[in-house]
Design a binder for this molecule. Structure first.
Ligand code: FES
Length: 368
């Protein structure tokens, strides 16, 4: 394992003498980069100028990557635990077609500064507490589960958890060594690794292959009575949800991280079309107060699209109303907002909207 560490660790004030990270004002500083598996690295950050991180296990942040081709925004689930609040880690896998993640691999080193937004997300233990848990993931979908498990290990080590991870080969199981260590200190933690294929590098004698009804029942005979958290590629999550639904599982206790899912992007696209068909007024004016720009909104256009047409920059990542990156304050007027959990009721009450999924229904003024 290759770990690169920053030479100087900033002194950390006690929690009650410092403030949590404020993404509007403070950058992140990379403190270490750790190789986890092939094409998988963990980037760990501290708050620039001091501070700590307040988040729920399972939440994500959006990072702003200043590439030569322009700024990219990418959303990653936090893999660290808030029970160790002075650092925050994301564990990312570079796919062959990755642009943002590859840029991070090539450019982020200890000492690098990074703008980020968040944390956001509702795929959390706090929101969906259970008596017993099944954490089931595939590939890098393991990251929110790892945050949850690390949290339980620190705060409730007696928790009853079945932790299943599916990977392409045995050596692709991320965090395997740490998970085996956690299983020694958590008496009610049961691990189930499920590689899809063998490899010469890492012999395997256990269960193998894609998840199905029989393997799930072998690894978790009592899954019907557990709170289920599922994260991974769309086909994997579809398989798991189909299996448990077919068995009559109460889907109110099934939670999956749909972040980035095509289905949601498609839903938002469909909503845009529906909005246009609904006859939401055309020719409305959107004023961006910070940039001192006013732009006419085309039929069905979002605040974000209108901002882009005006040359006004609003950071955005998922563009599906999930991540909360494009949150802006609305000073006046009304919008139709169809989000997917990226904004809380309190924030809406305070006047915030998500620019990517808000369509003006009157002239509006936005603080951007
Ligand atoms: S960009 Fe993610 S909610 Fe708008």
């Amino acid at each position: 394992m290759n770990i690169a560490l920053i030479g100087v660790v900033p002194p950390a004030l006690p929690l009650d003498q410092s403030r949590p990270w404020n993404s509007a004002r403070q950058m992140l500083v990379c403190t270490s980069v750790t190789d986890e598996a092939q094409d998988v690295k963990t980037f760990t950050f501290a708050v620039e100028g001091g501070g700590w991180f307040s988040y729920q296990p399972g939440q994500f942040i959006t990072v702003e990557l200043r590439t030569a081709d322009g700024d990219l925004h990418r959303t990653y689930t936090v893999s660290s635990t808030p029970s160790r609040p002075y650092s925050l880690a994301i564990t990312v896998k570079a796919q062959p077609t990755s642009v943002g993640t590859r840029w991070m691999f090539d450019n982020l080193v200890p000492g690098s500064r990074l703008r980020a937004y968040g944390p956001s997300g509702h795929f959390t233990l706090a929101r969906n507490p259970g008596r017993k848990y099944l954490f089931i993931s595939a590939g890098s979908g393991i990251t929110p589960m790892m945050s949850m498990l690390r949290w339980l290990s620190d705060c409730a080590p007696g928790s009853d958890v079945v932790f299943i991870n599916s990977a392409r080969r045995p050596e692709d199981i991320i965090f395997r060594a740490e998970l085996e260590l956690l299983a020694q200190r958590m008496p009610n933690l049961s691990l189930g690794f499920l590689p899809e294929g063998r490899s010469k590098a890492s012999p395997w004698a256990g269960l193998m292959g894609r998840i199905d009804r029989h393997k799930l029942a072998m690894l978790t005979p009592d899954y019907m009575s557990r709170e289920i958290f599922c994260c991974g590629p769309e086909p994997f999550m579809k398989s798991v949800s189909s299996i448990v639904r077919a068995e009559g599982f109460d889907m109110g206790h099934y939670h999956q991280e749909s972040f980035g899912a095509t289905s949601i992007a498609e839903t938002v696209h469909r909503q845009a079309e529906e909005s246009a068909v609904d006859g939401i007024a055309a020719g409305l004016k959107v004023s961006f107060l910070g940039a001192n720009q006013t732009q006419t909104c085309q039929p069905g256009q979002t605040v974000l699209e209108t901002a882009r047409a005006a040359g006004v920059r609003i950071p955005a990542a998922c563009e599906s109303g999930i991540c909360g990156t494009c949150k802006v304050l609305k000073r006046s007027g009304d919008v139709e907002m169809r989000h997917n959990g990226g904004i809380s009721t309190q924030e809406i009450d305070a006047g915030f909207v998500l620019a990517c999924c808000s369509r003006p229904i009157t002239d509006v003024e936005i603080e951007a």
